[in-house]
Write a protein that binds this ligand. Structure first.
Ligand code: ZN
Length: 324
């Protein structure tokens, strides 16, 4: 009863989910660049996803945009479509398709733990779950994000003269780290890289309070001392970061749990904060969804597939073809 193919194409809707190339109809789970591409004819997504796409790619980055609210049910050619919060970043969604009573859930990227910068993950029951598996190995157990973020403040306390430059992906992770710092009581201004500004402004408009943010530039960089600076990971080692004095470099990512990676990247302050489900969350979500069929994509497929099979749950890797 699978009415979706391995390229995440649903023929009766003539729509792709998160297509990597321009198509007629795109159903987009969230605005990260590996899911949301510009130049589709029609985009169906949440309002936040559409707004963030417009910020990143320009207001005419698709011909037509159709907003769908969480929980709203759209009917098209025999299929009901419903979006549910995925808890990954602001506006992120899981998408449920229902045809003649059979349900297929596409999780997109998701996490189930709380995050005050994203709509809270909602559990959805389904027949087939197409799950991400970025951290689909038992070694991945994400620590408490507040405890991890505390490491930045602790280091700042120990090294009050050092600027702490923290790498964080510009959409989602940067705002989450800033918010976590605020929740930990850090009230001082936080400096940000220019590429983080527009998205952070959008989050603030949505009442996600990020406190006072200042865009770092060559001028104010000279006088910054003992401050936190948030920049996309690519900026950590490039010429942009050279204008700051006395730097300690950190990096906020789920991958920082692999100490070797932190060492390779010369990261002094690895902050293990992830916006993806860890191994336990992946397993628990599959069980709680009551899915009898699991398709695994975006990451480490084999281990999760093996785990499903041991529990007598039908499972396979969903390997995308190049659709162009
Ligand atoms: Zn994502």
């Amino acid at each position: 009863m699978l009415f979706i193919d391995k390229n995440s194409f649903i023929s009766s809707l003539n729509a792709y989910i998160d297509p990597l190339y321009p198509v007629d109809k795109a159903i987009i789970t969230h605005a990260h660049a590996d899911h949301a591409k510009p130049n589709h004819q029609c985009v169906l997504a949440t309002e936040d996803t559409i707004n963030i796409m417009k910020i990143r790619y320009g207001s005419s980055c698709a011909k037509n945009f159709q907003i769908i609210k969480y929980g709203e049910r759209i009917y098209s050619n025999g299929i009901y479509i419903t979006f549910f919060p995925a808890g990954h970043i602001l506006g992120s969604a899981q998408v449920l398709f229902q045809k003649k009573g059979y349900k297929i859930l596409v999780t997109g990227d998701y996490k189930t733990i709380s995050d005050n910068t994203a709509q809270r993950f909602e559990l959805v029951k389904t027949n087939t779950i197409i799950t991400e598996s970025t951290f689909g190995l038992p070694i991945f157990k994400h620590p408490n994000p507040l405890e991890e973020t505390k490491k930045i403040l602790f280091s700042l306390e120990q090294n009050p003269d050092c600027n702490h430059l923290i790498g964080a992906y510009s959409l989602g992770k940067a705002q989450r780290i800033i918010k976590l710092l605020r929740e930990l009581g850090h009230t001082e201004e936080i400096y940000i890289h220019g590429s983080i500004k527009k998205i952070s402004d959008y989050y603030s408009e949505k009442n996600i309070k990020l406190g006072r943010l200042i865009q770092a530039n060559a001028e104010n960089a000279k006088n910054i001392k003992g401050k936190i600076i948030i920049a996309p990971p690519a900026a950590l080692k490039d010429i942009w970061s050279r204008k700051f004095k006395n730097l300690k470099i950190g990096y906020a990512s789920g991958w920082m749990i692999i100490k070797q990676r932190a060492k390779q990247k010369l990261i002094e302050l690895p902050i293990v904060v992830s916006d993806h489900a860890d191994w336990t969350e992946l397993k628990n979500t599959i069980i709680a969804s009551e899915a009898e069929n699991v398709l695994i994509t975006h990451g480490q497929e084999d281990c999760l597939k093996y785990w499903c099979k041991k529990r007598n749950i039908n499972a396979d890797a969903l390997i995308k073809n190049d659709i162009k």
